[in-house]
Design a protein around this ligand. Sequence first.
Ligand code: NAD
Ligand code: G6P
Ligand code: MN
Length: 445
Amino acid sequence: MLKQQSILIAGGGSTFTPGIVMMLLDNLDKFPIRQIKFYDNDEDRQNKIADACRILLKERAPEIAFSATTKPEEAFTDIDFVMAHIRVGKYAMREKDEKIPLKYGVIGQETCGPGGIAYGMRSIGGVLELVDYMEKYSPDAWMLNYSNPAAIVAEATRKLRPNSKIINICDMPVGIEHRMAEVLGLSSRKDMTVRYYGLNHFGWWTDIRDKDGNDLMPKIKEHVAKHGYVTPAELSSAESDIEASWKHTYEKAKDVFALDPETLPNTYLKYYFYAQDEVAIADPNYTRANEVMDHREKLVFSECQRVVDAGTARDVKLEADDHASYIVDLARAIAYNTKERMLLIVENQGALVNFDETAMVEIPCLVGSNGPEPLVQGNIPRFQKGLMEQQVAVEKLVVEAWEKGSYQTLWQALTLSKIVPNARVAKQILDDLIEANKDFWPELK
Ligand code: NAD
Ligand code: G6P
Ligand code: MN
């Protein structure tokens, strides 16, 4: 009999929470649960999601105890896993992260460039607070964190909470691997074994094989060279399920791949290699945050309201996010020592032999009850090394700036970002960001 788990979802009011709950319900045979709690610092927002999830859980798994709270002690007591997806400053601040740089002709993006730096300066404190609550009230628990910007958050927890049981993870490689599996006609991405290295939202696949050891890279490369990561199904149907902005990202992977045809790239590299192209197609008055607020946020909250009004979740239209099952894979690996191979964001410590030992890198790991065991990926080529040295320095400078409250250090971080053209523009953006973030950032001197 598998031990039943007690789960805390931190960021209970997130648009992803209902999908995670549905996904947990779909996996109860593999990952049995006795309790689910929600925690958020916005009671109204969380209640809208929690009221619908309470109905859903009562109908589909009445044996699971459910509660939602904004009180840390109540939330973090008696927990095995904290699944954390908070967004400090919510979409209102994401919108500013995206629009302020665009005023200066610079990419405005959730996790890359100045937007990601601004978001990092807000997230560090929020995530450290969650870690501290967990250690105080459930010291044996693990935190599976996917709050962004994961690269900066991971560096902050490495440096400032070195002994904490937090594992940072991203769903972008999982999502791209789903697409690769479709290109190959495989039923699951788990039929592939991959080698990959990089930083979060900044990495490359170097080897992809089937279970018999056959090389799958040539067939994927042939497709990516023509169509990026747009799937065969998406190519053949006029009506696509994916949003236009994501479709563009998958198409653009073709141009990203062209830079290094030896490897297959993460989609986020487009912001670093083709910064001007991305600025040219951006609408400075309507960015991704606006799209998300108009679509995903409205849809999730109105569907939750409908469930509450109807008093039943029988015909609920919110679907289990099947990408999110990597979170259960990770939790299971720790809970039941499965030794699953997964890409995680961990301290390098020699896994990339010729790269900074203290960098937080995204690489394959075997995961068991004592956490991730990173797999050596060897030496990395000069092109990737050069890019990664610059980017990891940005991430480390942001954490230093947060820690010291240093204007100078944050200005250096922005200037070093490949996306920012020069120090003058970096300063203009920084001054606007400071003004916009005064309720969230430490005071900079
Ligand atoms: P959202 O704004 O809908 O939800 C975030 C929730 O966090 C809100 O309810 C907010 O009130 C709450 N919150 C903010 N600060 C908090 C704090 N200090 N303590 C407790 N709760 C707090 O956002 P979303 O779009 O659903 O995304 C949630 C998070 O998940 C974001 O950080 C997003 O970037 C991240 N995400 C990461 C991945 C990944 O690959 N790592 C994938 C998808 C989403
Ligand atoms: C991917 C990334 C996440 C990011 C999300 C943005 O899933 O891995 O880190 O937060 O995309 O998606 P959105 O729909 O909010 O723009
Ligand atoms: Mn991510």
